[in-house]
Design a protein around this ligand. Structure first.
Ligand code: 5GP
Ligand code: ZN
Length: 114
């Protein structure tokens, strides 16, 4: 997707603070953090949202959760706790049309979110 900001980040055409990368996924710092730890974990493949996921993407999703687990340890939020969230569509508050998972932690998070 030529104009997709997260595709451009995954191709390193737009700079980001990358914390993890392999052939299928990438994790980088959110540009506008909502918590002391706010990381975005994405598949490198362009998938619009949770709604466009198929059975063949199950390996990537599993990998993304493993990356979240790994980073939670590295960033020392594993014991205190954290949140993983993927916003989908307008009412879900999705603003970037490339599937991503927010990893949030480092403070007490409120529930339910607004
Ligand atoms: P959404 O609202 O779609 O769930 O989340 C999109 C997230 O992407 C937001 O938290 C926003 O701050 C982040 N974001 C948008 N543009 C950029 C960018 O160019 N670089 C980085 N690192 N994060 C971005
Ligand atoms: Zn994309």
């Amino acid at each position: 997707m030529p104009d997709c900001i997260f595709c451009l980040i995954s191709q390193k055409k737009i700079p980001s603070e990358i914390l993890y990368e392999d052939e299928d996924c990438m994790a980088f710092k959110d540009i506008n953090p909502e918590a002391p730890v706010h990381i975005l974990i994405i598949p490198k493949k362009h998938i619009e949202s949770v709604m466009e996921l198929t059975e063949e993407d199950s390996g990537i999703i599993s990998k993304i959760f493993n990356v979240a687990k790994l980073l939670s340890s590295e960033l020392k939020i594993a014991n205190s706790g954290f949140r993983i969230v993927s916003n989908c569509g307008k009412d879900g508050g999705q603003t970037v049309g490339h599937l991503h998972f927010h990893l949030l932690g480092g403070r007490q998070l409120q529930w339910p979110p607004g």
